[in-house]
Design a protein around this ligand. Structure first.
Ligand SMILES: NC(=O)c1ccc[n+]([C@@H]2O[C@H](COP(=O)([O-])OP(=O)(O)OC[C@H]3O[C@@H](n4cnc5c(N)ncnc54)[C@H](OP(=O)(O)O)[C@@H]3O)[C@@H](O)[C@H]2O)c1
Length: 399
């Protein structure tokens, strides 16, 4: 038998940076020869010569002693330059490091799905410095374990940033929701049945207290949070108006059951578009965009309207902070209530909330659209694309 097949398959997941990946990896070695020959004498000769051949194909045999089996090569995206305006490819660098075998109590994780989110742009300005690994959440698989709490093969959520592998003592690892159905992609744990879905749910229930029959306006409506906001509001029996940045997104929102949707980039007047979509005004605004949109939308709130300030993506790339008009007079005369929030405030409710989101998904009441980019190497492009509105639904990277 070809030596490189048997030896590498034995040491897959740890050998020379080869990723653990799927079980089928055991079938393939660096020489790509799968066949079992079974001739001991021939095999011995090949082993001594350090080579084998089949049908004229030459293969160099990788011996176990040639491989540092204790190392795995981990790729990371490093922030080389703090963002100035819109992030650029040249702000990132791909780095490779060798990770040691996990020690007692530790596990080796391999990323399966990674998330790119707007907060990464916003946080960069005050929580990161040049040379840091990009921050972020991922779904990873335990591929080696010396920690009984995290056996090989299970999937976890971790905040290990933009990297393919990590060694962890288990701190900060969250096992994926128990009873996650086999037929549901684990990528949704980063989207509608994960942080963005929870954000939508808490914004609606805890901050806005949205009631049946009310009218809700949501912007960035075709994104990860916005899509869930609109659908939950429909589940609750509300009228929903969505603002988004392309005609394809508008069409998708209508397909989902949004009562009104418009393309804020092409309407002649945002003021007119908001009036036309709901002449009586809005009880609730789920605010993802901020800036100019917010200024105009406030004029369309009903008296005693409520505003959940979830994000303000229209200002994240600003090098110089935007100034007024300021909202105070409008807020006073309309007696508005505006509250900023971060989903982590209701962490104690996450398990129950995830179950509710999953149930809506299984009942067909919640569509979980994703925008999947394949390849860890494409993370910066996926991130930049998401900030520019390329995504419908949750922007995900599949490794
Ligand atoms: N508070 C929290 O706990 C929390 C948690 C998660 C997310 N958030 C916030 O929620 C918002 C949505 O996040 P997400 O993860 O769901 O992202 P997302 O909506 O999936 O993606 C970002 C979207 O923002 C829109 N956008 C970009 N620049 C814009 C601009 N100048 N004006 C208007 N829209 C713009 C783009 O869609 P268009 O094509 O429509 O322009 C883009 O697709 C963000 O502000 C984020 O920071 C807050």
């Amino acid at each position: 038998m070809c030596n490189c097949v048997s030896r590498l398959s034995t040491h897959r997941a740890v050998g020379a940076g080869k990723r653990g990946g799927s079980d089928s990896d055991t079938q393939q070695s660096t020489c790509g020869w799968r066949e079992t020959r079974g001739n001991e004498e021939e095999e011995k000769g090949e082993r001594e010569r350090g080579e084998c051949d089949k049908d004229g194909i030459f293969c160099h045999i990788v011996r176990p002693e040639d491989i540092n089996i204790n190392m795995v090569q981990a790729k990371s995206w490093i922030l080389t330059k703090l963002f100035d305006g819109v992030p650029k490819d040249s702000d990132f660098k791909l780095e490779v490091e060798e990770l040691p075998e996990p020690k007692d109590g530790e596990v080796l994780l391999e990323s399966v799905y990674l998330s790119v989110d707007p907060y990464m742009r916003a946080f960069c300005s005050f929580r990161m410095k040049e040379g840091d690994r990009m921050i972020g959440t991922q779904v990873s698989k335990v591929i080696q374990s010396k920690n009984p709490a995290f056996p090989v093969g299970i999937h976890v959520l971790s905040n290990f940033g933009w990297r393919t592998h990590a060694v962890s003592d288990g701190t900060g690892l969250t096992p994926i929701m128990p009873d996650w159905p086999q037929d549901v992609s684990l990528s949704l744990a980063l989207g509608a049945i994960g942080m963005p879905g929870l954000t939508a749910l808490y914004g609606i229930e805890e901050v806005l207290g949205l009631q049946e029959g009310e009218t809700l306006l949501v912007n960035a409506a075709a994104g990860a949070v916005g899509l869930v906001v609109g659908q939950i509001a429909k589940i609750k029996g509300c009228k929903v108006v969505g603002s988004t940045g392309s005609d394809a997104k508008v069409a998708y929102l209508k397909e989902l059951g949004f009562d009104e949707a418009f393309n804020y980039k092409t309407v002649a007047s945002l003021d007119e578009a908001l009036r036309k979509a709901s002449p009586d005004g809005y009880d609730c605004l789920f605010e993802n965009v901020g800036g100019y949109f917010s200024t105009v939308a406030l004029q369309h709130m009903k008296n005693f309207g409520r505003i959940a300030v979830c994000g303000s993506i229209s200002v994240y790339n600003d090098s110089t902070p935007q100034t007024g008009p300021y909202p105070h007079l409008t807020m006073i005369f309309k007696q508005l209530k505006m509250e900023g929030f971060m989903q982590g405030r209701w962490q104690h409710k996450h398990p129950e909330s995830l179950k509710r989101l999953m149930a809506w998904f299984k009942e067909g009441k919640l569509q979980c659209r994703e925008h999947i980019t394949k390849g860890f190497e494409k993370m910066p492009a996926a991130f930049i694309g998401m900030l520019q509105g390329e995504n419908i639904g949750k922007a995900i990277i599949a490794v």
